[in-house]
Ligand binder design. Sequence first.
Ligand code: NAP
Length: 565
Amino acid sequence: MRCHVQVRQQLEAVYDDVRRRNPAEPEFHQAVGEVLHSIEPAIAAHPEYLEAKILQRLCEPERQLVFQVPWEDERGEIHINRGFRVEFSSALGPYKGGLRFHPSVCLGVVKFLAFEQVLKNSLTGLQLGGGKGGSDFDPKGCSDREVMRFCQSFMTELYRHLGEDTDIPAGDIGVGTREIGILFGQYKRITNRYESGTLTGKGVGWGGAPVRTEATGYGCVLFVRDMLAARGQSLDGRQVVVSGSGNVAIYAIDKAQQLGARGVACSDSTGYVVDEKGIDVDLLRQVKEQDRRCLDAYVETRPDATFVPGRSVWEVPCEIALPSATQNELTAEAAATMVRHGCVAVGEGVNMPTTPEAVQLFIEAGVAFGPGKAANAGGVAASALEMQQNAARESWTFADSERRLEQIMRGIHDRCLCTADACGAPGNYVVGANVPGVRLGDPTTGYAGAAAPIKQADPPPGDGIQGLPVDPASTSQVAGGHPTPKLADRPQDRQGTSRPTSLSVLASAVMLAEQHLPLKVDTPELHCSQSPRRCIGRRAASRVDCGHCDRDGLAVGGAITCAAA
Ligand code: NAP
């Protein structure tokens, strides 16, 4: 065990090193800083991870690819874009993560997304490494043929790095079923192999998982439902506001409404819409997915709805907030307004949409806060289902895939909750989502007892790998973000809210979380309200097999809510 001051200094040194080695990449600094801060108690209990340079391994991509993508538009003009793929960690499996086509894409953004993806994928409990990629290409306003020419050129370089056991991209901003279809077609032509597991997010007719399109938005709402249930609350009748109106946002609204909530507002990069009668999801899909128009087109068909140009959707009062647009869109100022308006839960539908100051504000105000690594893991979970389906040459039904997605999201929720609890930060899902991923710095033996074998036998990951050289010029194209403060200056440190009550509890907590074992807690027996004599478990705030109805019930503080009740 090492004292907190020493650990803090060493984490600070790791963080400084990351900033020095990755200049002008504020999003990456922010993502690393948040993780290093929240795992401090776990590292205090395991100083050997510092000696074995586990954290440095965790923060250094195994391979970074930057390449040229030339293409020709309808007028015959040549364009040169830049393509990226950051293969961050293969500790758990092949690199897995989406491709983003957007003008703001640069190496730092891709690196932050890949870093988050590694930790997110590990939370699913599935054998997936982490990576991310994309290009500064802007598909907006391009014809289908232009998008096709760009995608084919992009894949002509990227294909050599992919494979169903190597690296498996999917979609992200600007990359949907259309783009995945073109990319897969080009991959198949070049390699002469129908490796359907090499790309996920495919159309259902040719190997896509039926629930993949809906999975991220649906998963986020399921995660929020579980956070509320752990507090004895529900989504029923709640007013929901969602930022964005893309893939994640549309299906988040859809699922929230299926579960009895009212999705009343959403946004895009031009402004936001408020529809007090509840957002019409079919109309939203028509406007954004089919017609690819701006959100103001929504009110042409729904005259009772209002479009507010150029403002933040977070000024609309809500009980449940689902940020589903882009990184750093939800600031401390917006968070303060939302808390004042009575917001009780936030589920991050996208990666790092909430600034660190806003996260702290929500946690201090007692808002249930689901970080993106956990709350939006439904997308990658469904991708894994797609890979399983492809490997078995099977076609699953929508209901079957959705049931599996729900199980995975529940597992992620319970894992985060148990880890946070045992880390002395009950209900802090940020701690719960970050601590289990520490083991990923160790490519050999897993989290526990890693130091000795690594020191004796293994070269650092990345040794001997010939990645393409990284063009330093690309680091100057950094999208807007926030300067990341020193670890010691972060608001969490001043408040000290995530401090453990006991380091020995932490040590065992980390081990238990790692092994996905239930914590041994001495709590009273729980009884189903519909069959009171039957003991159905002992754990508080966890899912248990109800035994009365055919579905799980939720145990909170000694009482069980039967799903049939
Ligand atoms: P998408 O379909 O391209 O939608 C993005 C939406 O965000 C669009 O409505 C866009 O508006 C809006 N937006 C972008 N910047 C904005 C801004 N500054 N203010 C307000 N709205 C803004 O992308 P997506 O697939 O939903 O993905 C969104 C995010 O979720 C990404 O960060 C991605 O990494 C993350 N994510 C996605 C998945 C997935 O399965 N799709 C899984 C995990 C995480 P316009 O229409 O005006 O551009």
